[in-house]
Design a protein around this ligand. Sequence first.
Ligand SMILES: Cc1ncc(COP(=O)(O)O)c(C=O)c1O
Length: 442
Amino acid sequence: MVLSLEERERRVIADTNKIRFFPYSIVRGEGAYLVAEDGRRILDLAGTWGTASLGYAHPAVVEAVTRAVGTMASASNVSTTNPEAVALAEELLAATPGTGDRRVWFGHCGSDANDALARCVVAATGRSRFVSFIGGTHGGLSGSLALSGYSAQQLNSVPSTRAGQVYVPYPDPYRPPFAGDVVKQSLDYFQYLLDTIAPPSQVAGVFLEVVMCDAGDIVPPPGFLKGLADLCRRNGILLICDEVKVGLGRTGFLHSFEIEGVVPDIISFGKAIGGGLPLSAVVGPAEILNHKLGLTITTTSGNPVSAAAGRAVLRTITGERLMDNAAARGRQIMDGLRRLSNRHPMIGDVRGRGLIIGVDLVEDRGTRRPATKACAKVVYRAAELGAALFYVGHHSNVLELTPPLTLSEAEADEGLQIIDRALEDVAAGRVSDAAVAAYAGW
Ligand SMILES: Cc1ncc(COP(=O)(O)O)c(C=O)c1O
């Protein structure tokens, strides 16, 4: 009996390693496409959750990685130094705003970056509390999970807690946590906590996603970012920007916080920076990232192969101004989705910035009741029709698009056509409950 890749995987790889929305086994990637075991080409509108910033097998990444793995200047920068890690740190500092003496910390994923930076911040400030937003994702390791307020993560894992952690509402304009001016109300609530149970003298920093992705690709109204930066400055709290999912070009800006001209105190990078290889980085003040009690080492930190990929990614995004392509393709896709909403009442809201796009599916536009089951079916059907995308959101009802920043106009159109058909097929009852039963997502 010949088993498929998926069947073999099920026998050997732990379920705690997976979130699955459809059955594809992938054997290759080329640009914005994944190639399945049966030879089918699938347009990857998810870009492996945004990691495939340049698509798959981009020549710049292939060249850099091949060169670095062929020379292998050790496997780390923990106990020896290597030219790729040093050069990437120099280039990242040059590409990232900030003043004073700054340093770069390297890791492998967004989770370890946020874990490490939290440890350094506590060590350097002597304060132990962090504020983060309800719905925010900052990682899946113990420290970063405790910093995260995304319901699907919190509810599906053994709870990870952090003494003194405070979660505050994010100003979601479509499902507002407060009546009235949602930006003002959110900031006032935050300030109220600082004035009462979480005094600034105890609060080290606030973790922010400029577009809150996993909770539903929520774009806060204008003024929020600037208002939050002012609040942090007034109260002497560090503003920590988690750029893991939306950083390095995705929003149409190299850094998402440029949207309102804010400069955070500390920035974490992940996903996109490795162009598909495991790589993360933190950029922040030397007095924080050099603090000796912040020591966070994993043996292959500063790996020269990952660092070489990071350099190729950064060079390509800035050199080819892929943030401009992200802005243009984002406009094209969001305009297209808004046109589709005239024919598909299931589309309640289309939102995003550049190539981080969310489509909020509802059962009823009046009540905005989330169309959770239908959303899983749309994702499943889209995969059958040849496009990979995932869903996110507190109610698992938001189609998320995070395609490679290299996406072409024709590929964006192809994606729109597939989403159109998938919505039509689901509305017409052509996808059964049984079909999606084994692909519960999260
Ligand atoms: C904003 C954000 N930060 C951090 C992380 C954690 O990154 P990783 O899964 O690479 O550890 C994620 C993952 O989805 C994320 O979306």
